[in-house]
Design a protein around this ligand. Structure first.
Ligand code: SAM
Ligand code: SF4
Length: 418
């Protein structure tokens, strides 16, 4: 039934997300870590890597490059687990990121949504980040299999506590952080078990809080500097099985965003998009300080794991546009309070799709005018005209307001949304 399942997965994706793709960039702020996860280049027993964290000034410099040169509007900000990068540092760095505004060709660039991938936090700490405006709070369980979890996360470390990690999303919900991102690191244990774990986790959140996972990530184990564990795993997931797991997740949780990162090569990312993936990163660098050129190139490419796709945002967007997909930089949902339960119900009754379509065109217009190179612009103009025609037909009642925003953006106004 695989063929049928793949076709259905794509249908489901089109119904909920249409032809929109969301892009973001990862921003690694530090590589100090008190944990000793066997598979990770940042683990404390890895003495071969240089450790550092970015100062607030450096965080702003990184943000300037991401928002002002590449044109990103969304980040996933990644932290190790260490007293130096605890909640105070997370709070300060989020504020630093949101404070950056850079002049661009026709307007200005800024990061409008900073998602966070960090250690499990307490309710109190999460409340603090909620106030500052954290986007999605991501914590990957890595493996849902207790025995394997114990084997790869030494008991003596904080991460050795399976339950503390497992219930951090419950704590997030209680703290008001209702966009939560689940994930498993595929390759540690049987992939079928991990898929069941992810789906069960999301369903538990939905049953208990009325809100399932906002996103699910499914990284595959990659080689990392001085990390022999990764070469020998017997649970490595083949490309064929990877297709299956993407398909099954899409079918099981239709309203959950699915993220594929640059750990995967371009070919796999392309395939995954036609099965159900809705978000990808671009112009990715994972070295600490790598965007503003402060980390060495070698450090940038090799630290936590190796990258499979290092194309620029412009190249990635051009490829999507050629396939008729529009890149959406919309962050309106969360800034208007359309998160958690609210966004789920909008998604389920098709309302969010309407907001998304309008905002996708408005934000894509901004990006094209500020950042696209000539070829990307040319390909994308056709796409944008088609989208505008569809909006006119599908939503005649909002079309005049939309058109007004669109014209204002063309003249250089920024950040107008529905
Ligand atoms: N320290 C936090 C934690 O562990 O949750 C967040 C940062 S950690 C750098 C982010 C994620 O990277 C981990 O949750 C893990 O799934 C992933 N990761 C670590 N080592 C990896 C590897 N060798 N290949 C692919 N992904 C890896
Ligand atoms: Fe630290 Fe996270 Fe890497 Fe584990 S996966 S060593 S907790 S950075």
């Amino acid at each position: 039934m695989l063929d049928e399942m793949e076709k259905t997965a794509l249908k489901v994706k089109k119904k909920v997300y249409n032809n929109r793709i969301v892009t973001f960039a990862p921003l690694y702020l530090g590589n100090f870590c008190v944990n000793d996860c066997l598979y990770c280049g940042f683990r404390k027993s890895n003495h071969k890597i240089k450790r550092r964290i970015l100062s607030l000034k450096e965080v702003k410099e990184e943000t300037k490059v991401l928002a002002g040169e590449a044109g990103h509007k969304r980040l996933i900000v990644v932290y190790g687990e260490h007293p130096l990068t605890g909640v105070d540092y997370i709070a300060d760095t989020l504020e630093a990121i949101y404070s950056v505004k850079v002049k661009t060709k026709n307007g200005y660039g800024q990061i409008r949504r900073a998602n966070v991938n960090a250690a499990p936090l307490s309710i109190e700490d999460l409340k603090r980040l909620h106030k500052i405006g954290i986007g999605t709070y991501q914590v990957f369980q890595e493996t849902y299999h207790h025995q394997t979890y114990g084997e790869v996360h030494p008991k003596s470390t904080i991460k050795g506590n399976y339950q503390w990690r497992l219930y951090c999303m419950h704590r997030a919900m209680e703290a008001g952080v209702d966009d939560v991102g689940l994930g498993a690191l595929f390759g540690l244990y049987n992939w079928k078990f991990e898929v069941m774990g992810l789906v069960a986790h999301s369903r538990e959140l939905e049953e208990r809080f009325g809100i399932g996972a906002h996103t699910i990530s499914f990284p595959r184990l990659e080689p990392a500097e001085n990390t022999p564990f990764n070469e020998n795993s017997k649970y490595k997931v083949s490309d064929e099985d990877f297709r299956k797991l993407v398909t099954v997740i899409r079918l099981a949780v239709p309203y959950t965003g699915m993220i594929i990162t640059a750990r995967e090569p371009a070919r796999i990312r392309r395939e995954a998009l036609s099965l159900g993936v809705t978000q990808t990163d671009a112009s990715t660098k994972i070295g600490i300080g790598a965007y503003s050129g402060r980390g060495s190139k070698q450090e940038g490419q090799r630290q936590q794991f190796f990258l499979g796709d290092t194309r620029s945002l412009d190249e990635v967007i051009r490829e999507y546009a050629k396939e008729g997909c529009i890149t959406s930089f919309c962050t309106a949902g969360y800034r208007c309070g359309r998160t958690g339960k609210c966004i789920m119900s909008y998604l389920k009754n098709g309302q969010e799709g309407k907001f998304c379509k309008l905002n996708a065109v408005l934000t894509f217009r901004e990006w094209l005018d500020d950042f696209a190179d000539d070829e990307t612009k040319q390909i994308s103009e056709k796409l944008i005209r088609k989208e505008i025609d569809e909006i006119k037909q599908m939503m005649p009642e909002v079309f005049p307001a939309f058109k007004e925003y669109y014209e204002r953006i063309k003249k250089g106004e920024r950040d107008l949304y529905f």
